[in-house]
Design a protein around this ligand. Structure first.
Ligand code: 4UV
Length: 539
């Protein structure tokens, strides 16, 4: 059975991302402020933004031998002008890969090498990691530019790349790749770290209009102010706090990163109407006493996604703030939005809402592949213009994820009710989400077994209700003769922490076990370990 939205199929743009923006479908005035830095109070208007992107594009093409399809990496925490080098690169016919700023050198190297990046924009404080990674990957020093507005430490500010001329349009095909965002996908394994999700100009522009059509009533409101704290390197922030803001000309306050006091102060100071959150922030809004010390009466639209939202939090937030928190579901491979509760809906509790318009879905039995119907839980398969092109340089993973008939496996277990509201009940893929950030279990396992005292390891999602998030917990088999005690657990946790980005730390701790359950083909049976882990008498 094929499900789809009852909303009409949107009119998808026929031009690439940059030219769609330049066509100004919302008739945004050039003087309209779009991005604000709440710390320095620097800002960019719509007109300035477009102008600067064109100067950056021309500079790359004129002075840096930049060729269409060259890849520029953004390795930075949020900046109010984060989008300028991004849209500039797209305007020059290039590809952008956004890198998590908390990555270790090895993690950065993996992404730079895999994506084939030959240019980078970073910040002065991230330069040591950026330079070391760039050297390993052969990126020229003079191709590394800085955010921050000034030439420093021997590197040019990206503004110093600007050419006096404005870039002339470069021919861009809708099937050309715009973004390479990294995701563990449905097929995490030890040999394959995160994979480059190829998102084309068609994917992104289609999802933009899909998002804007489900939220058309909201977007029409001219007095909206968005507070953007989500990392802009992640597709959830990139689309909602950068692209949608730009297209609609919505004033957006860009925080460098999340912290609760600044988040609340910014809502109050800028009279924020819309913000996009993740479940741990929903928990804070529902329960933290500090929230009551602030005037949050300007808030009108709250969206939550990237991980399951505990049902009771929406109710508590509405009681406290008078705003209904709408859950949505996205995934990098879906460009990203798949489903979201509509502005006028209270939703059934726990639902991620109806599909976005123009996207088709099926639910299939993960064992047999048999199509299932309303109310039956199975794997969610998706087909539509926002479904990724595939994984870069990885035909095997692409084939495993996108069937020949175009249906994409999400690796999520869901069901749909009679009204077309979707519910996520479990995850088939071996992905753990810490506060919305991806942690591929297999990547941690591969590192753990390099510890000299660890014979075998499996990493599973545990749940920390005090933070409303999954956390990774390792089950490890220790070499014979080694004493198993708390010291050793600490040693293993520290060993891993030294090798991964902070969000991947073993916050769920280490559990000693005698054996890791495996299938006949050697696949770790994580679900069996999860069952043991969640049993009432497990310690
Ligand atoms: O690839 P990724 O890291 O992508 C995301 C994107 C999230 C969103 C959410 C709302 C939006 O409006 C939007 O534009 C983007 O997280 O991780 C994808 C996986 O995260 C889980 C699920 O396992 C996906 O395959 N996930 C995402 N949203 C939810 C969720 C949710 N609401 N409930 C449960 N799991």
């Amino acid at each position: 059975m094929i499900f789809q939205s009852s909303d009409p199929e949107p009119n998808y743009p026929l031009v690439d991302i940059y030219h769609y923006l330049e066509s100004n479908p919302f008739n945004v005035q050039p003087g309209k402020t779009v991005f604000i830095d709440p710390i320095t109070e620097k800002s960019l208007t719509f007109g300035q933004f477009l102008n600067e992107t064109k100067h950056f594009a021309a500079g790359l093409l004129d002075s840096y031998d930049f060729q269409p399809k060259d890849v520029l990496a953004i390795f930075s925490y949020n900046q109010y002008d984060f989008g300028v080098p991004i849209l500039g690169t797209l305007c020059a016919g290039g590809v952008v890969t956004t890198v998590n700023h908390s990555y270790t050198i090895d993690e950065v190297v993996h992404q730079l090498k895999d994506s084939g990046a030959s240019y980078m924009v970073t910040t002065v404080d991230l330069l040591p990691t950026a330079l070391e990674a760039a050297k390993i990957c052969g990126i020229k020093r003079e191709h590394i530019f800085l955010f921050g507005g000034k030439d420093e430490a021997g590197h040019k500010a990206y503004q110093s790349v600007f050419s006096k001329r404005l870039a002339a349009p470069v021919k861009i095909d809708m099937e050309d790749i715009a973004y390479l965002c990294y995701s563990s996908g449905t097929t995490g394994n030890a040999h394959c770290k995160s994979k480059g999700v190829m998102l084309t100009h068609r994917n992104i522009t289609s999802n933009l209009v899909q998002i804007m059509s489900y939220d058309a009533e909201v977007i029409k409101q001219k007095d909206l102010v968005i507070l953007g704290f989500l990392p802009l390197y992640h597709i959830y922030g990139l689309m909602n706090c950068l692209h949608i803001s730009l297209i609609t000309g919505t004033e957006t306050v860009i925080m460098p990163k999340f912290d609760l006091p600044s988040f609340l102060q910014n809502i109050e100071k800028y009279r924020v109407t819309n913000t996009f959150i993740v479940p741990p922030v929903a928990l804070a809004l529902a329960k933290h006493p500090m929230v009551l010390d602030h005037d949050l009466s300007s808030l009108r639209h709250l969206y939550c996604g990237a991980a399951p939202l505990p049902k009771d939090l929406c109710v508590r937030i509405e009681e406290r703030l008078g705003v209904y928190c709408r859950q949505g579901f996205g995934m990098t491979e879906g460009s990203p939005l798949v489903a979201c509760l509509r502005p006028d809906a209270r939703g059934p509790d726990g639902s991620v809402g109806p599909l976005v318009a123009g996207l088709k879905a099926m639910v299939v039995d993960p064992e047999t592949g048999k199509e299932l119907g309303v109310g039956q839980a199975g794997e969610w398969l998706l087909k539509g213009p926002n479904v990724m092109k595939g994984y870069l340089n990885n035909i095997e993973a692409t084939k495993h994820t996108i069937r020949e008939d175009g249906w994409m496996h999400t690796g999520d277990i869901v069901y749909v009710d009679e009204k077309g509201n979707w519910f996520v009940v479990d995850r088939l893929k071996e992905l753990i989400k810490y506060k919305g950030f991806q942690i591929p279990a297999a990547e941690l396992e591969a590192l753990l077994i390099t510890h000299p005292k660890v014979l075998d390891a499996a990493v599973i999602p545990a749940y920390d209700a005090t933070q409303a998030t999954e956390i990774p917990r390792a089950y490890v088999v220790i070499q014979e003769g080694v004493t198993k005690n708390d010291e050793l657990k600490k040693e293993i946790m520290e060993f891993l922490a030294a090798r991964v980005a902070p969000h991947k730390k073993l916050r769920g701790g280490v559990v000693f076990t005698n054996e890791i359950p495996k299938s006949a083909s050697g696949k770790i049976l994580r679900k069996d370990i999860v069952k043991i882990d969640r049993a009432p008498d497990s310690s």
